[in-house]
Design a protein. Structure first.
Length: 178
């Protein structure tokens, strides 16, 4: 895994910053390109009735775009206080600060139960650790969209290529025994 991360960092744009530590690995902050943000929100069919939670929100662009273009509410979660401050400033500049909020918190501790859409741009190992939490906390029908990285042992309901990048959509299934 460390070799994978080292190779990944060779191909990551210069804007990448190491922002999050997971199991001893530094996870880079790499902004999702705007055309990919739009495609992720379109793939999830975001509407004004949705609450979009972005885990590892960085500069807030996904929840800000969800509020601006789709009228959705948004919550961004990030561990880095600099990213949170940047996201809050970006929301104010976009005029959507009443529709979005940003929380400085570890994504594994975040309460995600109110989400109808969850967005991710996390490493495969982080997605794997996060998957049981998503299945446990999210309501059936909640959409999960990931930029670039698949979810181990969970077949995506849909997959799209956008400008050479892949995005994945999963839908939380009905819970067994209900």
């Amino acid at each position: 895994m460390k070799l994978f991360l080292a190779v990944l960092l060779l191909f990551v744009p210069a804007v990448a910053q190491l922002d999050y530590e997971y199991d001893g690995l530094q996870v880079p902050y790499v902004p999702t390109p705007n055309q990919v943000v739009d495609a992720m929100l379109d793939l999830a069919k975001v509407t004004k009735s949705d609450t979009v939670i972005d885990l590892g929100c960085g500069d807030g662009r996904i929840v800000i775009t969800a509020a601006q273009k789709h009228g959705a509410r948004g919550i961004g979660v990030d561990l880095n206080p600099e990213r949170i401050a940047e996201a809050e400033a970006n929301a104010k500049n976009a005029g959507v600060q009443s529709k979005v909020k940003f929380i400085k918190q570890d994504l594994f501790d975040a309460d995600i139960r109110e989400a109808s859409v969850v967005t991710l741009y996390l490493l495969p190992s982080v997605n794997a650790k996060l998957k049981p939490r998503l299945l446990e906390q999210l309501r059936p029908g909640t959409r999960v969209v990931s930029h670039s990285f698949d979810m181990p042992d969970w077949k995506a309901a849909e997959r799209r290529d956008v400008d050479g990048r892949t995005i994945y959509l999963w839908v939380i299934p009905e819970k067994m025994g209900r």
